[in-house]
Design a binder for this molecule. Structure first.
Ligand SMILES: [Zn+2]
Length: 109
């Protein structure tokens, strides 16, 4: 199996989230061009968690988690926050990355 890296996971996430959200900005509905992270990318625990990722236009990649609370819903927002707060340093093991990869690939199928 090919070793998974941060770059290859980000590329897969981009493809998967674009497919799931049909290329449209989750905030305003126009054609989007990028992935926004509700809880930002430095939080490796949720960097590739589909619920934490939204396809957006360039106007709506906002560096403020609360901005997306109503879009993902309160329950998911706080579930993600919990994961972020429990963050620890083992999130780059191949096992962790394989599980994340599997979740993302489901969105493309
Ligand atoms: Zn937008």
């Amino acid at each position: 199996m090919k070793p998974k890296t941060i770059d290859s996971m980000d590329a897969l996430a981009r493809k998967a989230i674009k497919a799931r959200d049909q290329g449209m900005c989750r905030v305003c509905g126009v054609e989007g061009n990028q992935v926004a992270h509700v809880w930002k990318r430095r939080h490796l625990a949720v960097r590739w968690t589909p619920e934490n990722l939204l396809w957006v236009c360039s106007r709506h990649n906002i560096d403020e988690p609360e901005f997306y609370e109503s879009i993902v819903g309160k329950d998911i927002f706080y579930k993600l926050e919990l994961l972020v707060m429990q963050d620890h340093s083992d999130h780059l093991t191949q096992e962790f990355l394989s599980a994340a990869e599997k979740r993302l690939k489901k969105l493309i199928a």
